[in-house]
Write a protein that binds this ligand. Structure first.
Ligand SMILES: N[C@@H](CCC(=O)N[C@@H](CS)C(=O)NCC(=O)O)C(=O)O
Length: 218
């Protein structure tokens, strides 16, 4: 029997990709919402004990061990639950590309949000911040383009099986500059992310944690 996991999370965040994986696996979890995105400076403090980076997701395993970093959590969950078929197994065809693109989404794309979401972190001059955000959006779209040009998807990014990579891209591509930029920059990613959006097993989760509100595609 699998014990429940504690997940530090937040609506509309990258942690929702982890919630999607847990939902498909059918593993119970207790989400602790850390951010309400109100701009309150105490927002996020709840996660500090688990993650001094003050970021979600952070997963607490039943024995108290903490796992941070969205890509690591998603890869680990897929490995722990091979029956769910959410990643090529170690040594199987597709494994190398799976690891490659999981790392790429995390390092090339998701990491830019630390700057972009609060440009004051790297741009002390308020006048410089709009251009910094614009440049980050362009870089994100260009990273999607480069990924799209190097994959040969089937129904999903790695072929015809849905993997945690599809969940990851579907969630991260909902952040600004949002989906329309993704579709234009990387047309090969459009089918896979739309299939994740439409997966009947995920409809309740999307509605609750990352709703398709008016204008969500950008
Ligand atoms: N490298 C981290 C990045 C996580 C991240 O940026 N999470 C955002 C939510 S989408 C966050 O917690 N932001 C708050 C902050 O960085 O202050 C990961 O992949 O898990």
């Amino acid at each position: 029997m699998t014990e429940p996991l504690t997940l530090y999370s937040a609506k509309g965040s990258g942690a929702v990709a982890v919630e999607a994986a847990l939902t498909l696996i059918g593993r119970p979890y207790a989400p602790i919402d850390v951010f309400d995105w109100s701009g309150d400076p105490t927002d996020g403090e709840k996660v500090l004990a688990a993650n001094p980076m003050r970021q979600v997701p952070a997963l607490v395993l039943p024995d108290g061990e903490v796992l941070t970093e969205s890509a690591a959590i998603l890869i680990w969950l897929a490995e722990q639950h091979p029956e769910a078929g959410l990643a090529p197994a170690p040594g199987a065809p597709g494994r190398a590309q799976f690891l490659r693109w999981m790392s790429y989404v995390s390092s090339a794309i998701y990491s830019l949000y630390w700057v972009k979401d609060d440009p004051a972190r790297l741009a002390p001059d308020p006048a410089a911040r709009p251009a910094l955000v614009e440049a980050a959006h362009d870089r994100i779209a260009d990273c999607w383009r480069m990924m799209g040009e190097q994959i040969t998807p089937g129904a999903f990014i790695l072929g015809d099986e849905l993997s945690v990579l599809d969940l990851y891209v579907a969630v991260v591509s909902r952040f600004r500059p949002r989906r329309r930029r993704l579709y234009a920059a990387a047309p090969k990613l459009e089918g896979p992310v739309r299939r994740v959006d439409a997966d009947p097993r995920l409809q309740a989760l999307w509605a609750e944690r990352m709703p398709f509100s008016t204008g969500w595609e950008g």
